[in-house]
Design a binder for this molecule. Structure first.
Ligand code: TEU
Length: 566
């Protein structure tokens, strides 16, 4: 037997809630905390161990809460601090952990700190942000924002530019300032004292900028935001994370999950190996970038299943003593069944296959709201329906630059815009999918009367039923969190097979996935110790034969290491 006295999160599945679109209780068309409380039993029934809650702090909502104007208060759109306290109590009563999304790389420009910082160059908080360059017409360097345009904004009031890697209303905090770091640590402890179990740390590996803000690497690849090598995984990042770990996370035994663009498996080990005393795990972007061409996110290319296998294999085998997060989607990504599956002809089969392939690997699983019922991209008709600043700014930039036809840019936004995953969660066939009795802040998916929790709950072969079984297997089969993994070579790049095993276990798990629409006869070419027809999980009815694999078919076996079933 394998014994796992290790951290709770290793075989955990964490559910990501985007509060604005999860459940509205007040009828104003915006999701809220009381709506989340109302749906906690659904999460318990799904079998998840915790919730990653996207930002609910005071914010002007330019970036839907990733622009915080007061870290210690609740945005009234989402409710009150009393509602929050009740949420913590109700979650803990159900043994659900609460992981708050913390945005520490930047604040809103409406935060009191920034308002004070910009009052004058001699303000006591001037150094809490990045200020440079007194020539209005000359940007301090050539860095570009993730949200289009330059990464510096001229401030007429104090006569300098300030840095914003994202929107100009999201000024970057200067982590070189020790006073700022003390205030951040105090704020984090304040939330932990309120019962929070940990944090998802927004773009946390961008907080350490190179001194002097040198121009971008002249060889900066087109798909990366210009300048990123000057601040991603910067000079003092490990020092800052160690400080947060030793003075905040460890004393509270709080989980720390870092969102980390531009991180490799090797660097992820440096961030997440326990002995490093930094983070518990990171979210990397390698899987999410598989349908991006050389010009970046909006330069869409079809998924190559060989790349999918290689990224999965690399992050499983090259992370050493580090720890993985496993995710297929989140509030920044369009729907996975459209991107990597087949939403049109094999929605159910491909959604299940992707989930099994991803979440039976070694790591903590993260399920994004709507993913578990196979929600698909929204059929956008007009840019006026968009709400996301990233998409809106991109379209404006394309029109201004003329580097692409508007039609091409609009087509890319329809397919990969973040709003695709931000339309309301569909609970039933009732008005607005049961999300709200009011006018929703963003369009409700027109297929809400077909793709919704209520329908999926009634069907034992639904995607939701499959996720429930998969999450329970993750918890019951210690091999998944503690066993080894071996990707087995097959003659086809679309046929991905791996096994989970351990010397301490009398059985192993085999996961075999036919990634794509081809029907495949494997008998002559695949020599796996596959037992005839005993399955732990599968996404098709019992096959007539072991030879033929249907489109998007995945099969999972639990096999005695002596090759017989146990
Ligand atoms: O996202 C950081 C980030 O890298 C994303 O902007 C991503 O590159 C892009 O969305 C891909 O389309 C985090 C938050 O998850 C995101 O919602 C925020 O907008 C961003 O930081 C700024 O806080």
């Amino acid at each position: 037997m394998i014994h796992s006295e290790k951290a709770w999160y290793r075989n955990a599945t964490i559910y990501q809630v985007y509060p604005k679109s999860f459940q509205d209780s007040g009828g104003d068309g915006v999701g809220d905390i009381r709506g989340i409380i109302r749906r906690l039993d659904y999460l318990t029934d799904l079998g998840v161990d915790g919730v990653w809650l996207c930002p609910i702090y005071a914010s002007p909502m330019v970036d839907n809460g990733y622009d915080i104007s007061d870290y210690r208060s609740i945005n009234p759109d989402f409710g009150t601090m009393e509602d929050f306290d009740e949420l913590v109590e109700e979650m803990h009563r159900r043994n659900l952990k609460l992981i708050m999304d913390m945005v520490l790389n930047h604040t809103s420009d409406e935060h009191a700190w920034f308002k004070e910082s910009r009052t004058s160059r001699t303000s006591p908080k001037r150094d809490w942000y990045h200020w440079k360059g007194s020539d209005k017409n000359k940007s301090p360097n050539d860095w570009l924002s993730f949200f289009s345009g330059p990464a510096w904004e001229w401030d007429e009031l104090s006569g300098e530019h300030y840095l914003h890697l994202f929107h100009k209303k999201q000024p970057d905090l200067n982590w070189e300032n020790p006073e700022l770091r003390e205030e951040v640590k105090s704020m984090l402890r304040w939330w932990l004292d309120k019962g929070v179990d940990g944090f998802r740390l927004d773009v946390i590996n961008l907080i350490s900028k190179q001194a002097g803000y040198p121009d971008a690497d002249p060889d900066c690849p087109a798909e990366q935001p210009r300048g990123i090598s000057r601040y991603a995984n910067g000079p003092r990042i490990h020092e800052f994370l160690r400080e947060l770990h030793d003075e905040v996370f460890a004393p509270y035994n709080a989980i720390a999950i870092g969102e980390a663009p531009e991180v490799s498996p090797g660097l992820a080990e440096v961030y997440t190996a326990p002995e490093r005393r930094e983070l518990d795990m990171v979210f990397h972007f390698d899987l999410m970038g598989l349908d991006s061409g050389g010009q970046g996110k909006w330069d869409i290319r079809p998924l190559d299943a060989g790349d999918l296998r290689n990224v999965m294999k690399s992050w499983q085998s090259d992370i050493g003593n580090g720890w993985n997060s496993l995710y297929l989607s989140n509030h920044d990504q369009s729907r996975i069944v459209n991107r990597f599956g087949d939403a049109e002809f094999f929605r159910t089969e491909s959604a299940k296959l992707l989930a099994a392939l991803q979440y039976l690997q070694k790591g903590t699983a993260f399920v994004y709201q709507g993913e578990e019922i196979g929600m698909v991209n929204y059929p956008w008709k007009s840019p006026s329906e968009l709400r996301d600043i990233e998409s809106i700014n991109y379209l404006k930039e394309i029109v201004k630059k003329g580097t692409l036809s508007f039609g091409e840019a609009w087509d890319a936004v329809r397919k990969k815009g973040r709003d695709n995953s931000r339309v309301p969660m569909c609970w039933s066939g009732d008005m607005n999918g049961g999300f709200s009795s009011g006018h929703p802040w963003i369009s409700v998916h027109p297929e809400y009367n077909f793709i919704n929790v209520e329908n999926e709950s009634k069907d034992d072969e639904s995607i939701l039923s499959f996720y429930r079984r998969l999450i329970r297997i993750r918890k019951s089969e210690l091999l998944i969190s503690e066993g080894d993994i071996e990707f087995i070579d097959t003659p086809w790049k679309n046929f991905i097979v791996y096994r989970r095993f351990s010397d301490a276990s009398a059985h192993e798990l085999i996961v075999a996935a036919n990634v794509g629409p081809e029907r495949r006869n494997v008998r002559e070419s695949l020599h796996l110790p596959i037992p005839e027809s005993e399955y732990l999980l599968r996404n098709y009815p019992l096959p007539e034969s072991n030879d033929i694999w249907e489109p998007w078919e995945v099969r999972i076996w639990k096999v005695g290491t002596k090759g017989t079933m146990e």
